[in-house]
Design a protein around this ligand. Structure first.
Ligand SMILES: [Fe+2]
Ligand SMILES: [Fe+2]
Length: 197
């Protein structure tokens, strides 16, 4: 495996968690549904913890957490753009629209976050010794939470959009009610929602 690219993955993972804190802070300004607010409050706290876990991991592996790689700067740029998009929506549109924008921004941020951790797990599975131990200990702590961040928010995004179109929505979304943690589970929840209405 390419050690340099493993380090790059961890730099991007750290930046994603740090940007995630900003994304959730802005998203909470846009959230009007009480259940969604509660959910995102929880995800914000978990994201703070994920940042701490990546920092610990970097410390163990001797990586400087302040190093900006070109790839990391791209992740930062996208995170800042997501925050800007939410600020725009808050300023110019009705609150319901800003909430939809926030849902989409969180889904985009969490798609990257989810990918990072999936890759960290892949690297861990193919590694040995100290690296394997350190990566495995880290992803074991965040894996289930990242699944929820992505799949549950995707459900919120879809149902709030459906509600905004004047159609019957399932709120909170079935992904949350069924505690979905896999892509297959999310597909099942989407299928089941049609039978719920
Ligand atoms: Fe995270
Ligand atoms: Fe996340």
């Amino acid at each position: 495996m390419k050690n340099e690219q493993i380090a790059e993955l961890l730099y991007q993972a750290l930046e994603t968690e740090q940007g995630g804190i900003e994304v959730y802070t802005a998203a909470l300004e846009c959230a009007i549904n009480a259940d969604l607010r509660k959910e995102w409050q929880e995800y914000l706290e978990q994201t703070h913890n994920h940042e701490r876990i990546v920092l610990e991991l970097m410390d163990q592996l001797g990586l400087d957490p302040d190093l900006d790689t070109p790839g990391r700067l791209v992740v930062r740029h996208i995170g800042e753009a997501l925050v800007e998009a939410m600020e725009m929506a808050l300023e110019d549109g009705p609150p319901e629209s800003a909430q939809l924008v926030a849902c989409e921004c969180v889904v985009q941020a969490e798609t990257k976050d989810h990918l990072n951790w999936e890759l960290i797990r892949e690297v861990a599975n193919k590694s040995q010794g100290e690296l394997r131990q350190a990566l495995t200990a880290a992803y074991d702590q965040v894996e289930d939470e990242e699944d929820e961040h992505l799949y549950h928010t995707t459900g919120w995004c879809r149902e709030l959009w459906i509600e905004s179109l004047g159609m019957p929505a399932v709120l909170p979304p079935p992904e949350e009610e069924q505690e979905v943690k896999t892509a297959i589970g999310a597909a099942r929840a989407r299928k089941a929602r049609r039978q719920m209405l």
